[in-house]
Design a protein around this ligand. Structure first.
Ligand SMILES: Cc1cc2nc3c(=O)[nH]c(=O)nc-3n(C[C@H](O)[C@H](O)[C@H](O)COP(=O)(O)OP(=O)(O)OC[C@H]3O[C@@H](n4cnc5c(N)ncnc54)[C@H](O)[C@@H]3O)c2cc1C
Length: 490
């Protein structure tokens, strides 16, 4: 992973940590210091972040969901007290797990931050991994072939617009299609429509039969725009060994140089330029554009107000160049750009852009508006999409797969058959003493709906250039560890 900051001499590469054992109590202070090693952050930023992440880590899952779900991650960590630089990192989507720390729930984002940090530290930790080629050839096509071999029939180009419901039997009878096509009749319906499309397919009758469908239909402001763009380069520019965040970019960009990963271990004839295009393109910079509301000072308007894909792509290209072309040299140049492409789900009219497929951004409280994989009030309806409530709890391909596995097992259960799909639980192994702290927290929360009294006083308050530093956080961590050890197993 890397960070490209405007005016920096070069793109900063986050170091990879040598695998270490977590031990009995994860050394959060050291972990935070190592994670941000070389980035010019203040000792106040590092200290505050350590203390907040220790608080999060020692909170049980139930309290995270009940209490932290209702606030943003930004307010949980008291983001406004951090330096402008740290705040820009928090706003930087890829740095914060393809999510919005300012508007995303503290429960969801905190869980992901903890996972990323533990993966960074522990032996066999795996973070910032990528596929070995385009998603289509690496995943979708092999999967489609496998399913066809098993007798699955695909009906491409047909659009679901609603469902026919048998209210008495509480069953979906058919899926209605657009364009006057014959409705599809089936025994079971596993739905994987994008969230906004699905909302418009929930009828009054369906909402009356199932509360989760009612809540989903009513939910507002669940999504934001994250849109993909590609810049095809005559010569590859491997900016960094992983994703790059652009914390200063007005449109919250992140990127990855795909070809450098896809070429690894490949013979000459199998390199990017021989596999894709006309042979004249050797690299592709794949970019996520995550802020469509903030005006770019150069353009004087936001991405959403642009009137063509070209206008968006040209401005994004300028923002990328501004960040990576530091004193160390010009990484991106106009002469190296062969062509570009913007996700065609974004369309343009005179007033600006429209997006067919906005992505769930997990705002506070949104967990409770998301359906589970099995719809309790309708006997043959299941959900297998990225916005479904799962332990993965992140709008990603992994989240969608997790939901699909649970949906399949739910369907089999309703048929009286045993589960067939493997489900991979999310591990959060931060040491036996952290487990002890979480158990203590869980007891207090489940029995009395309160957090237990702090074992040792928390350093604070956080105020400008005052308050706890990284050393204070280290001392707090040591005292907390000693208190947990003294508590003994209960
Ligand atoms: C720019 C960008 C970058 C991303 N990067 C990553 C990443 O690096 N890693 C990661 O894991 N995730 C990433 N994601 C998120 C990931 O793509 C989604 O979370 C995932 O694809 C969701 O899968 P899904 O099956 O729920 O929905 P989708 O993949 O959106 O599939 C929904 C399908 O339904 C079809 N459809 C729509 N309307 C209808 C209708 N009315 N009738 C029938 N079919 C319909 C659509 O054509 C589509 O094929 C990214 C997303 C974006 C936008």
């Amino acid at each position: 992973m890397g960070i490209a900051e405007v005016g920096a001499p070069h793109v900063f590469r986050l170091k990879r940590h040598a695998p270490a054992s977590i031990g009995e109590f994860v050394n959060m202070a050291e972990l935070v210091a190592e994670f941000f090693a070389g980035v010019d952050l203040s000792l106040f930023d590092l200290g505050r972040f350590t203390i907040k992440m220790l608080d999060f880590l020692t909170t049980c899952e139930e309290r995270r969901r009940d209490q932290y779900e209702e606030m943003s991650f930004f307010s949980f960590i008291e983001g406004a007290t951090f330096s402008r630089k740290f705040q820009s990192y928090l706003n930087s989507s890829r740095f914060m797990v393809a999510m919005d720390a300012r508007h995303g729930s503290a429960c969801t984002i905190g869980n992901k931050v903890v996972q990323i940090m533990l993966d960074f530290w522990r032996a066999k930790g795996e973070n910032d991994r990528v596929l070995r080629g385009p998603t289509r050839s690496q995943w979708l096509e092999p999967w489609e072939t496998y399913l066809r071999d098993r007798g699955v029939v695909f009906h491409f180009g047909q659009s679901v617009k609603g469902f026919v419901l048998d209210v008495v039997r509480r069953r979906i009878v058919a899926a209605e299609l657009s364009g006057g096509m014959t409705p599809v009749i089936a025994d079971h319906f596993i739905v994987a429509l994008p969230i906004e499309r699905m909302k418009s397919c929930i009828s009054d009758e369906m909402a009356l039969l199932d509360n989760s469908l009612l809540r989903l239909r009513r939910a507002r402001n669940m999504t934001a725009w994250m849109v993909g763009a590609q810049y095809f380069l005559r010569e590859d520019v491997p900016i960094c060994d992983g994703h790059v965040a652009y914390p200063d970019s007005p449109w919250a960009l992140s990127s990855i140089s795909q070809a450098s990963f896809w070429n690894r271990g490949k013979a000459e004839h199998d390199l990017f330029q021989h596999r894709y295009g006309d042979g004249g393109v050797k690299g592709v910079l794949s970019v996520d554009i995550c802020d469509w509301e903030t005006p770019s000072p150069r353009l004087g308007k936001s991405a959403r107000k642009c009137t063509s894909a070209e206008e968006v792509l040209a401005e994004v290209w300028e923002q990328l160049k501004e960040a990576v072309n530091g004193a160390a040299g010009q990484l991106l140049s106009d002469s190296n750009l062969a062509c570009w492409y913007l996700d065609e789900n974004v369309t343009f009219v005179r007033g600006g852009a429209a997006n067919e497929t906005p992505l769930l951004v997990h705002p506070p409280g949104s967990w409770f508006n998301r359906p589970g994989p099995v719809i309790a009030g309708i006997a043959n309806m299941f959900f297998a999409a990225d916005y479904v409530q799962t332990e993965t709890d992140l709008a990603t391909m992994e989240g969608a797969c997790h939901a699909a596995r649970l949906a399949v097992n739910g369907l089999l259960a309703r048929e009286g058959r045993p589960a067939a799909a493997a489900v991979f639980p999310v591990r959060e192994d931060a040491g036996a003493l952290v487990k002890r702290a979480k158990e203590r927290d869980r007891r207090a929360w489940l029995q009395e709906r309160r957090a237990p009294p702090p074992l040792v006083p928390r350093p604070g308050p956080f105020r400008g250039d005052e308050g706890p530093t990284l050393d204070d956080a280290r001392r707090y961590q040591d005292r907390l560890e000693a208190a947990l050890r003294a508590l003994g197993p209960e």
